[in-house]
Design a protein around this ligand. Structure first.
Ligand SMILES: *[C@@H]1O[C@H](CO)[C@@H](O)[C@H](O)[C@H]1NC(C)=O
Ligand SMILES: *[C@@H]1O[C@H](CO)[C@@H](O)[C@H](O)[C@H]1NC(C)=O
Ligand SMILES: *[C@@H]1O[C@H](CO)[C@@H](O)[C@H](O)[C@H]1NC(C)=O
Length: 530
């Protein structure tokens, strides 16, 4: 009797501690906006498993709310700079992407984006100095003895802090600057013949002109990486670390790269053992809707509902555009839930309701969901894949055109150009996606692929974070490519050497031939004379 009790007590103890075989301390260098929404899910899972998570944040944020009570600890970076700058920067960015870039060609908008990034570099530098040159803050961080640092590389400086603190670090990202960071700093092989460069909106099956475009984009991003942003950071990092180094070299020290996509979304491509694809880790089954919303959804009957959101950044459009969209929406039999902040469009139909915020995941998971009109952010696309909802994509900037190109190639989405579209375009895209069964079938196929994984993406992400904490890194997964120069990597030195050998051999052989031929001719002449 007694021993049985003991056994169950021990079992219970083991169960309780199972969540945390090793409780560690995690330091986080995040990026605001939609990136944070994704990262937060991982961090909350970590705290649930008993780890202690501290997030380094600037004093001014858009979505990261460090004042709200939370399981996460926040360390606010002391900055003397006026916090208004951050708001102005975001507004300038929105204006650029929503109002200016769409009217430009891909090349021009890439150039504009580059100029903009160059501008914000100054702000990032202040933020970085606020940490690495504040002795008391650095001392505090060092004394905390963190086991791992999780970094979103869109905001520079994270890897520098990790290096200074001598903490192993890992990245979480979708793709960055046309894949250049993964390609050059992570050494991810990306043959341009079938791996499309980010932001070119291409797929893995490219025609000859498209392959030219892909290579040109690739060269452009390489140049960008070499010339602009990094030169500044190379110097900054070298000064802070007290030895000559580059941004890329420092980034290459990352133990693991957690990529926010998976093979339901991504085209098959080569990857390395220290890259883990954990797309859709934030997705959850749908929860019941608020009562008023559920009634509206139910009132749609057999026709079902359409969910419309342009993401967390863009809340209102120009009046003209909003009217155009509203009049298209008014012509479909479905009920529409539109996340929209701004003046109510005059052409709004009786079937459309505007909301400041919608429980997007719960709506997409509702049995009545028929289509999702999206700007093409990775978070939203993954929720649609998770629940198997076909999409109408109205991409605007950053990785959005690419994301929609992926979904289009997989037959789960129709793309509409938000700048040139008419009401009829949007209407026809919507009716196609809703009425042609192939779109729903393809969305369901992606959903089945997504759900059929041996280990869920969130569990895989957490596993690798804990792995890095347990083993103080993941050096066994690090490719030796990091120690090679670019000509060694492409074996150009070997090819050059072999070519030189062949050339020497050919030279010697011809010389010999010529020599013996001359000898032959000479002896021939001698014989004749005799
Ligand atoms: C350095 O950080 C500490 C908090 O750790 C803060 O109190 C102090 O004001 C900071 N110093 C400067 C110069 O910003
Ligand atoms: C959105 O609304 C704000 C005011 O509410 C306005 O200042 C801004 O220009 C609008 N944005 C667009 C793209 O129309
Ligand atoms: C590769 O480079 C790293 C530092 O960048 C160094 O620690 C390591 O020893 C090098 N490995 C080889 C095999 O040269």
């Amino acid at each position: 009797m007694v021993s049985e009790k003991w056994v169950s007590a021990i079992l219970l103890l083991q169960l309780c501690s199972a969540g945390c075989g090793f409780c560690g301390k995690v330091l986080v260098w995040p990026c605001d906006m939609s990136h944070w929404l994704n990262l937060k899910v991982t961090l909350e899972e970590l705290t649930e498993r008993g780890h202690e998570v501290t997030v380094l944040v600037p004093p001014q944020n858009f979505i990261i709310d460090f004042k709200k009570p939370s399981e996460l600890n926040f360390e606010v970076i002391p900055m003397s700079q006026d916090t208004e700058t951050a708001i102005n920067t975001l507004n300038a960015f929105l204006d650029l992407t929503v109002n200016i870039m769409p009217s430009l060609s891909a090349w021009q908008s890439a150039k504009k984006l580059q100029d903009f990034l160059f501008q914000v570099t100054g702000d990032y530098k202040l933020l970085c100095e606020g940490v690495v040159y504040n002795q008391s803050l650095m001392k505090k961080l060092r004394e905390s003895n963190y086991n791992v640092m999780i970094i979103d590389p869109v905001t520079p400086c994270g890897e520098l802090i990790a290096e200074l603190l001598e903490v192993p670090f890992m990245y979480t990202l979708r793709l960055f600057m046309g894949n250049t960071m993964e390609k050059y700093c992570g050494k991810l092989p990306s043959p341009p013949s079938y791996v499309p460069v980010a932001m070119a909106g291409l797929t893995d099956r490219m025609t000859f002109p498209e392959r030219i475009k892909n290579v040109m984009f690739s060269i452009f991003f390489d140049f960008w990486l070499q010339q602009h942003d990094t030169r500044f950071w190379d110097q900054f990092y070298s000064e802070a670390l007290g030895r000559p180094t580059t941004l890329c070299e420092t980034m290459g020290k990352a133990e693991i790269w957690l990529i926010r996509t998976y093979w339901d979304f991504e085209f098959p491509r080569p990857y390395l053992p220290n890259f883990e694809f954990v797309g859709g880790l934030h997705c959850k089954p749908a929860k019941p809707l608020p009562k008023e919303m559920e009634e509206f959804v139910q009132s749609s009957g057999e026709d079902g509902i359409v969910i419309f959101s342009l993401g967390s950044m863009v809340k209102n459009l120009t009046e003209e555009k909003a009217n155009l969209i509203a009049s298209a929406l008014a012509q479909i039999p479905q009920k529409v839930l539109w996340r929209y902040k701004g003046k109510e469009p005059a052409t709004l139909g009786a079937n459309t309701r505007l909301y400041d915020w919608i429980p997007q995941n719960d709506l997409l998971g509702h049995p009545k969901a028929r289509a999702f009109i999206t700007h093409g952010g990775t978070n939203g696309i993954y929720e649609a894949i998770y629940h198997g909802v076909p999409m109408v994509g109205v991409p605007m900037f950053a990785d959005q055109p690419d994301n929609i190109a992926h979904m289009k190639a997989k037959g789960a989405a129709v793309e509409v150009n938000i700048n040139t579209m008419t009401s009829a375009d949007l209407l026809s895209a919507l009716t196609t996606v809703i009425n042609e069964p192939s779109y729903k079938e393809n969305a369901m196929r992606l959903s089945r692929i997504h759900h059929d994984q041996p280990v869920k993406p969130l569990d895989r992400a957490v596993f690798w974070i804990e792995f890095v904490m347990r083993h103080k890194g993941a050096k066994h997964l690090r490719p030796a490519a990091h120690n090679l120069t670019w000509y060694q990597y492409h074996s150009l030195d070997v090819i050059g050497f072999l070519l030189a050998c062949v050339a020497t051999a050919i030279f010697l052989v011809t010389k010999c031939c010529l020599f013996s031929y001359r000898q032959f001719v000479k002896t021939g002449k001698k014989k004749k004379r005799e």
